[in-house]
Design a protein around this ligand. Structure first.
Ligand SMILES: C[S@@+](CC[C@H](N)C(=O)[O-])C[C@H]1O[C@@H](n2cnc3c(N)ncnc32)[C@H](O)[C@@H]1O
Length: 226
């Protein structure tokens, strides 16, 4: 069991059991974008793929009413505990992306989906389910682009999604726009390849996904329901 301070928020305590995604630069980048949004006690937030629940708890601390979804029971247990130890209320729901909140609409949807290209198109089991996302890294991203309009509040709902440029930023913008949303990149950060990308560098280069680079850019995409 690990309990540590993870965000800029004071005295934030986070328990991350084995098998649950440890918040990283992508989490922090998405958190920074979320803090720029106007969040009040009436804001309904959906954290899609909540992992440890760090962003869900942060949104709750900002006053929002938060629902956190994950396909991993361990992640949901962590998110529930982390809300509790930080004195926040987060509704946790088990399920496959938005199927867990069918019929509901949200003011703000935040998501840090699995986005790392991986050999094989079958959704993995175990720890890798938090990052592996098919041969182009878009298994979950494409589904979120299609599903977003149905879970966003009409005319005001906002989607914030973080992913790597390795999995295709232009494609995400095009899909969100094709789904009827106004989408743009609102934040970015460049960082050295992490352990997972380094471990499959030859395969990524063979597929032309990373050329000769040893760094990746993470982007936050903001899409609005017009
Ligand atoms: C990259 S982690 C992000 C965790 C956390 N939001 C963060 O930023 O630190 C992706 C999360 O998505 C979850 N996930 C993967 N496939 C999913 C699916 N089909 N439906 C819901 N959650 C899923 C994983 O279990 C994992 O917790």
């Amino acid at each position: 069991m690990t309990v540590q301070s993870l965000t800029s928020a004071p005295r934030f305590r986070c328990w991350i059991p084995p098998g649950v995604y440890r918040p990283q630069t992508d989490t922090r980048l998405l958190g920074r974008a979320m803090r720029r949004e106007r969040i009040t006690s009436r804001t309904e937030v959906l954290d899609l793929g909540t992992g440890s629940g760090v962003l869900a708890v942060e949104a709750a601390r900002m006053g929002a009413r938060v629902t956190a979804v994950d396909i991993s029971w361990q992640a949901l247990a962590a998110a529930w505990c982390n809300a509790l130890v930080n004195g926040q209320t987060v509704r946790v729901r088990h399920g496959d992306l938005t199927s867990a909140v069918q019929g509901r609409r949200f003011d703000l949807v935040v998501t840090n989906p699995p986005y790392v290209p991986a050999p094989g198109d079958i959704p993995p089991r175990g720890r890798a389910r938090a990052w592996d996302a098919g041969t182009d890294g878009r298994l979950l991203i494409d589904r979120i682009c299609s599903a977003a309009p149905a879970v966003l509040r009409p005319t005001t709902g906002i989607l914030l999604m973080v992913h790597s440029q390795v999995s295709g930023v232009g494609e995400t913008l095009a899909r969100l726009r094709a789904a009827g949303l106004r989408a743009q990149v609102v934040d970015r950060a460049r960082l050295p390849f992490g352990r997972v990308l380094r471990s499959r560098l030859a395969w990524l280069r063979e597929r032309g996904l990373v050329a000769d680079r040893t760094t990746e850019e993470l982007v936050v995409i903001r899409a609005v329901q017009p």
